[in-house]
Every structure is written in structure tokens, then in C-alpha cells.
Write a new protein. Structure first.
Length: 67
């Protein structure tokens, strides 16, 4: 096997645009990773997700094509 082919794995600080910060391991160079969305502000995880209503689409199709 070849020696020294694995990337360096170290702790980095992840900063979200909402202000949330957390530490995780990464092979990315640098000490800080900037992200736009994290688990604190993402609509799915924060409970603010809007449910898209798909009801009526099937009925509309059946009505249009007499199925």
C-alpha cells in the first residue's frame, strides 16, 4: 500500500448564516466552513416546513380526460 495518501482529517468550525456554529470533522482545508443552511434553520428540521397540497390533482386529471 502507498504511504501518506489519506487526506488530513481535523476538527473545523461550521458557521451558518443564521448564526449557529458547531464543530465537526472534515478533510476540507481551513478552520472554518461557511454554510447557508443548517439543521437549526432548515425548514424540515425546524418544523416550519410548508406542506404542498397535492389533493385534487388526480380528480382534476380524471375530470379533464374523462377517466
Amino acid at each position: 500500500m502507498k504511504d501518506n495518501i489519506q487526506p488530513n482529517y481535523h476538527d473545523v468550525t461550521v458557521r451558518c448564516s443564521c448564526g449557529n456554529e458547531f464543530v465537526c470533522g472534515s478533510t476540507v482545508e481551513g478552520d472554518v466552513i461557511k454554510v447557508e443552511v443548517c439543521s437549526k434553520c432548515h425548514p424540515f428540521y425546524s418544523g416550519k416546513q410548508k406542506q404542498v397540497s397535492t389533493g385534487g390533482r388526480v380528480d382534476k386529471f380524471k375530470k379533464r380526460y374523462n377517466v
